[in-house]
Design a protein around this ligand. Structure first.
Ligand SMILES: Nc1ncnc2c1ncn2[C@@H]1O[C@H](COP(=O)(O)OP(=O)(O)O)[C@@H](O)[C@H]1O
Ligand SMILES: [Mg+2]
Length: 363
């Protein structure tokens, strides 16, 4: 945002219209808003988005007679350099990339993009929301509790009691709700470590999750690819070089191992594949996702750990490797992802933005 000087008016951009069945309603709302903004304080800049996604500005941008955005004589907003691409592949991780924000920008720029859309990206970014949705379709995950960092800071003993009340036992994992790469994650073996672990997690997020730790579990990862009819790869196992798969074990040590395909009974693999597809669907994902599980050594009980909508994507990362082992080479995988992006874009573009009301009330 530009710096606002005391003497100048605040420039307020009002965005309205859009590629939506509620296009007309939006124009009416925007007209009210713009009318009510005090011109002594504000410089109002209308920004209309036409039904076919053009961002335009001019004054007045709305034809009062038709209640429509006036395209004639309007100035096209060079809304984004992105416009020169047919499809974008966001190879980003975490906040402002994997969480729906960039996806939202790409939607607004009217560009096809690889991977989950806004909703799927946003819900999968949050480890608590992920679990809440997966609970709905009975995908098992470990016991957990969550709370706001603010509440922790205000009353630690109340939160500790709450965690105990949930029946969680040591070891536990304290994690920021929205992050990846094991940043801010601690394995807590006792009360003291739990306090330290949560104190660390609250540095990274306003929301924290504490989970029941599964000691000595198989860490199983599986790749999902597709839109409405997603397919799964063979599962792979991570053998961490540290007590758990922390940041160092992931990126620094380089001595963690992968076993592809994971050596598990067929029945367990089937179960993991079914859960992976169910999770993909309930989380509203599309394109790709890597879904991670914890499987107990004894009894092979399967728990969902987390879904990643933009998994690591170097040619030696787990997601492409799992597909490689399933018969889909890296470059073919990329082609497939781009096809899926365009397919989803086209499908969405076919949706109607026209609604015929009984009366044309907005003229
Ligand atoms: N409930 C748990 N039980 C056992 N190990 C866990 C548990 N939660 C996390 N871990 C370990 O911590 C690692 C990182 O946790 P994860 O939730 O996958 O966070 P990130 O999004 O940072 O990858 C996992 O790969 C696993 O080794
Ligand atoms: Mg992980």
């Amino acid at each position: 945002m530009a710096k606002i000087s005391k003497n100048s008016k605040i420039k307020v951009g009002v965005i309205f219209g859009g590629k939506s069945g509620e296009h007309e309603v939006s124009i009416v709302s925007a007209q009210s808003v713009m009318k009510a903004l005090d011109r002594k304080k504000y410089q109002v800049i209308p920004i209309g988005i036409t039904k076919d996604g053009k961002w335009i500005t001019t004054n007045p941008v709305i034809s009062l007679k038709s209640g429509k955005i006036k395209e004639k004589g309007a100035e096209l907003i060079p809304d984004s350099l992105l416009k020169r691409f047919d499809v974008v592949f966001p190879v980003l991780h975490g906040s402002y990339g994997e969480d729906g924000t960039v996806q939202g920008m790409l939607e607004m720029a009217d560009i096809a993009y690889v991977g989950a859309g806004v909703l799927g990206s946003a819900v999968a970014m949050d480890k608590v929301v992920q679990k809440q949705l997966c609970d709905q379709v009975k995908i098992p995950s470990v016991k957990y509790d969550w709370f706001l960092a603010k509440d922790w800071k205000n009353n630690k003993s109340k939160i500790l009691k709450q965690i105990k009340g949930r029946g969680l036992k040591f070891p536990m994992f304290a994690k920021p709700a929205n992050l990846g790469s094991s940043v801010g994650i601690s394995k807590c073996h006792n009360h003291k470590e739990l306090i330290l672990g949560v104190n660390d997690a609250v540095k990274y997020d306003t929301k924290v999750i504490v989970e029941q730790g599964i000691d000595n579990a198989h860490e199983i990862e599986i790749a999902v690819l597709g839109n409405d009819n997603p397919k799964t790869s063979v599962p792979g196992e991570i053998i961490s070089s540290n007590e758990f798969y922390d940041y160092d074990a992931k990126y620094v040590d380089g001595s963690s191992e992968e076993v592809i395909p994971a050596k598990l009974p067929n029945k367990v693999i089937k179960q993991i594949q079914v859960y992976a597809v169910e999770a993909f669907k309930v989380l509203n994902l599309s394109g790709m996702a890597r879904i991670d599980f914890l499987v107990t050594k004894k009894g092979h009980k399967v728990y969902l750990n987390e879904a990643n909508t933009i998994p690591g994507f170097t040619s030696i990362s787990m997601y492409p490797k799992l597909w490689q082992a399933s018969g889909l080479a890296y470059s073919k995988l990329l082609e497939k992802l781009i096809d899926l992006a365009i397919e989803r874009y086209d499908e969405k573009n076919k949706l109607s933005t026209e609604y015929q009301p009984k009366e044309v009330w907005y003229r």
